[in-house]
Design a protein around this ligand. Structure first.
Ligand SMILES: [Zn+2]
Ligand SMILES: [Zn+2]
Length: 82
């Protein structure tokens, strides 16, 4: 019973596996609706934002034994321990 098990964490945080492999963690995030927005970045000069799709998903599940947050539904939990 000393194995790693999915646990509900106290807070939400970025998926630890997603930090290592953002693309794999975000595999299903692309299904969300695309909402076209007008760029409001003109005020901040010529600076452009870095691809924000690189950020991992925020989840409330994780491994208590490792003390890290991991997506359970997307398989990050198993991949992290693989
Ligand atoms: Zn993940
Ligand atoms: Zn673990």
């Amino acid at each position: 019973m000393s194995n790693h098990q999915p646990t509900l964490m106290e807070r939400r945080a970025y998926c630890a596996y997603g930090r290592l492999q953002p693309l794999e963690c975000q595999a299903r995030c692309t299904e969300s609706k695309r909402v076209p927005r007008k760029p409001l970045s003109e005020i901040s000069g010529n600076r452009r934002r870095i691809n924000r799709s690189q950020k991992p998903k925020r989840v409330q599940t994780g491994c208590k034994l490792c003390g890290v947050h991991l997506c359970v539904k997307q398989g990050c939990f198993h991949k992290y321990h693989a």
